[in-house]
Design a protein around this ligand. Sequence first.
Ligand code: CP
Ligand code: NVA
Length: 300
Amino acid sequence: MNLRHFITLNDLTADELRAIIHRAIELKAMRENSELYQPLKNKVLAMVFEKSSTRTRISFDAGMTQLGGSTIFLSPRDTQLGRGEPIEDSARVISRMVDGIMLRTNKHETVETFAKHSKVPVINGLTDRFHPCQLLADLQTWFEQRGDIKGKKVCWIGDGNNMCQSYMNAAKLLGFKLSIACPVGYEPESDLLSATYDHVTLCHDPLLAAKDADLVVTDVWASMGQEQEQKDRCASFAKFQVDTRIMQSAKDDALFMHCLPAHRGEEVSADVLDGPQSVVWDEAENRLHAQKALLEFLMQ
Ligand code: CP
Ligand code: NVA
């Protein structure tokens, strides 16, 4: 098989994406039945983290162990990555020693450059522009609860950030409608809007965007690296909290998702996050299963 990377969802065909989601559901059932399944015995995944992580780090680490392999955690602080060794050289060297590399970086181009010079599959574990692994888990969660997402209406409320942009790619690939509401000045990239215009609409009115939605999704107002903008953003996003009013505008059986970590009382009210329509804990757990399906697809 040719070398495959997972930098954005567009690295997969729609059929491959659906197959990974269904495989994730199978792997979850296998784990629930305590079935031992170790197709990645002796394989090693290097994990490079320029930013913090709870879910991504633990799910890749536990996932590799469960599949029979292991991981190496690399932080720029204690490797040559943080001392100016070129990305290209690091990619060449690290990829000669391991079987896969997951990176969480500030700049999206870092992961792209790394992939260009890697001999093994590279996985994007979040950049400033995309978070495709989270979409695998979100989609798995939707498929488990409601079946295929084709033709459904998903509403994104908040920042036009890496999560929003990953939803835009997913909408185009899997054929759902994505209705985005964000404050003026916080829209997703215009090129991406042009590329997905068949499936994506953009407005600045959260109630309108949520109308009759099957799924409502949000994320933090200030992403990692934007901490200094937190105060300004809180002012700009004040009308964009997902609360019961927004959920009432969506369909009665609408689900609520959030990639976490969440700030109750900012982008989401506590009663929505902890309420009956929220599936955020399954969504978080599914990072494990969805990424195991991805690792199997890329590394076996
Ligand atoms: N959702 C997510 O990626 O969480 P972490 O930042 O904890 O990995
Ligand atoms: N948009 C958030 C997602 C965290 C998982 C960030 O980039 O910080």
